[in-house]
Design a binder for this molecule. Structure first.
Ligand SMILES: Nc1ncnc2c1ncn2[C@@H]1O[C@H](COP(=O)(O)OP(=O)(O)OP(=O)(O)O)[C@@H](O)[C@H]1O
Length: 573
């Protein structure tokens, strides 16, 4: 807990309220003895006033204590949820890209939201059980013992049986919970995919398939939830029966005592009241194990994230990257996303500062991987990557990533305004700077064409931008970021020639005076690049300027010929 002491203070307060609740409840049970004896047996008229006043006072105190404990417990509970969510968010943000590509968003989201609630529920259940229920049972037992120890013993005889009875249910509950969680993740995953891929779903008329599949999952979850309720409620009949046995035995013993053994009716009523009042808290205590099990499992889902090591943590004493021209060097880099499946096999190349280096080669050769590695989204197996002579593993993540701008084919827009989206390039940028960046990116005109201009909403609930427009937003971001190193994954599709020309113009401007590494799909880029690296099977098989490589008549030359033969201005694919 980030601030455990703060939580415990809150719990201590609700504990005090619970103590008052337990005390007043026991007091009320105790008074029942006097009510019966003084008012009904002794017919003492003064006692009517005193006892009714005392009952009233105790009830009012109990009412306030009930309110106080509910409010204080909820407050501390809500704080725990909030704290836990912040901690999980922090831990998630320090995970690397590999973690996110390896786990489904739906599962992370469920752990994030339900896990934090479950952790709160565990503490609440423990506190209310110990504070309210346990104290009540202790207080009421004390009343029973004070009135008649033997009668109390009869009443409490059933307790061990109740506790033993519920134990067997716990394993069942655990198993059902796992199934419930799994079904919930599947429902969330599949419906998220259906909504995110709604165009594909509709154009392939997959609605019926989707419906059937997700219906099946929902039905599965419903069944699991029903099974859970059945298992959890199995303790109900057991407890009712045992409670009945206890009350029955007390009536038999005490009734006989009142009739034949000189016991007062007051003692009898007081014990019965205490027994009936302790019934609910005792039931809850016996069920505690069952109720807490799913919550504990839910909390474990959360703690599995919290227990993960923060991956993206700077080594102690890591220095910030010192830029001097922004040259990039890959030296004999070996890397694979999975064990035994190498993607880069000894890749080396130099991207000189301020120059444009183009990566070309067949699809799947590892070009995008090169870019991910330079941003240090993944760790190398061997070899090194240096920026201006500094190994990227030795400098801070922040300074490395601040030095790199990125424009890719699929541009991610956050929900918010166009202004906000451009400003992600440099948080805190002024309106003038944002507009200047948009102008440089050839985006100002189309943005001004919207009714709300820079204030237009984009993202999931906003204006849908075209592919070319989205790209120009990304370019504006990169202009604003003004990083010395630029990674460019050239657009290959979905741009009409007009917006393509706009995007190209903007990109040319952006590339000026920056170290640019571009995944080139267009001949034009390659022809003008200062250096072309042919990435094939995880290595740079050839490099040089366009005319040098053509003259060499090797791999690049073949690509080039192919492209011309296909009349397609693309190199990869
Ligand atoms: N996140 C990932 N997890 C696992 N494998 C991946 C991941 N990204 C890429 N790969 C694999 O790594 C290999 C290289 O992919 P990469 O995207 O770097 O190639 P590329 O040269 O950029 O291809 P293209 O020109 O088609 O974009 C491919 O075999 C691909 O399946």
């Amino acid at each position: 807990m980030t601030d455990g002491r703060r939580h415990w203070k809150g719990y201590a307060i609700s504990f005090v309220f619970m103590g008052i609740m337990a005390g007043t409840t026991s007091g009320l049970a105790y008074l029942m003895g006097d009510v019966v004896n003084r008012i009904f047996v002794q017919q003492n008229s003064a006692a009517v006033w005193i006892l009714s006043g005392a009952v009233l006072a105790l009830s009012i105190t109990k009412g306030f204590a009930t309110y106080g404990q509910a409010v204080s417990l909820s407050r501390v509970g809500n704080r725990i949820v909030a704290d836990n969510q912040k901690r999980v968010l922090n831990r998630l943000l320090t995970q690397d890209v590999a973690y996110f590509s390896g786990s489904h968003t739906a599962e992370i989201m469920l752990r994030f939201s339900n896990g934090a609630q479950a952790a709160r529920n565990v503490l609440n259940l423990l506190i209310t059980s110990i504070g309210r229920d346990f104290l009540s049972v202790v207080g009421l037992t004390a009343v029973m013992i004070a009135q008649d120890p033997f009668m109390a013993l009869i009443g409490l005889l059933v307790m061990p049986i109740a506790v033993g009875g519920v134990r067997s249910l716990i394993r069942k509950v655990q198993k059902i919970f796992q199934r419930e969680f799994h079904s919930a993740v599947q429902i969330m995953t599949e419906s998220l995919e259906a909504f995110q891929g709604i165009r594909t779903v509709k154009s392939f008329t997959m609605e019926d398939n989707m419906r059937t599949k997700i219906y099946g999952r929902i039905d599965g979850l419903e069944k699991a939830s029903n099974r859970m309720i059945r298992a959890q409620s199995q303790s109900g009949p057991l407890m009712e029966a045992l409670g009945g046995v206890a009350v029955g035995l007390v009536i038999m013993y005490a009734g006989w005592g009142v009739l034949h053994g000189g016991r007062t009716p007051g003692e009898f009523f007081s014990v019965i009241t205490a027994l009936l009042l302790s019934y609910e808290p005792a039931k809850r205590l016996a069920r505690l194990n069952i109720d807490i099990t799913p919550q504990l499992l839910g909390a474990r889902m959360l703690f599995e994230i919290l227990d993960r090591k923060a991956v993206e943590v700077d080594p102690p004493g890591a220095a910030d990257l010192k830029l001097a021209g922004g040259s990039v060097e890959f030296k004999d880099v070996h890397f694979g996303y999975r064990e035994g499946e190498p993607v880069l096999r000894g890749l080396s190349f130099v991207a000189e500062g301020g120059r444009t280096t183009a990566l070309v080669g067949p699809s799947g050769g590892g070009k995008s991987t090169v870019m991910s590695l330079l941003e240090r989204f993944y760790e190398l197996e061997s070899g090194s990557i240096c920026v201006d002579g500094q190994d990227i593993t030795q400098v801070t993540y922040r300074s490395l990533r601040n030095a790199i701008g990125f424009v890719s084919q699929d541009v991610f827009l956050f929900s918010g305004t166009i202004r906000d989206n451009i400003a992600t390039g440099r948080p805190g940028a002024t309106d003038e700077e944002i507009i200047a960046a948009a102008r440089a990116a050839h985006a100002h005109d189309f943005i001004s064409g919207f009714a709300d201009g820079y204030g237009s909403q984009v993202g999931e609930q906003g204006t849908q931008l075209s592919g070319g427009q989205r790209q120009r937003i990304a370019i504006a971001r990169a202009f604003l970021k003004d990083a010395p190193i630029l990674l460019l994954d050239e657009a290959t599709a979905a741009l009409d020639s007009e917006s393509e020309a706009e995007v190209q113009r903007a990109l040319r401007q952006l590339q000026m005076n920056r170290t640019t590494i571009v995944i080139a799909h267009r001949l034009q880029t390659v022809v003008n690049a200062d250096r072309i690296c042919v990435v094939d099977q995880g290595r740079v098989s050839e490099s040089g300027r366009h005319d040098e490589l053509i003259a060499r008549r090797g791999r690049y030359f073949n690509f080039h010929q192919l492209q011309f033969a296909g009349q397609e201005q693309r190199l990869s694919a």
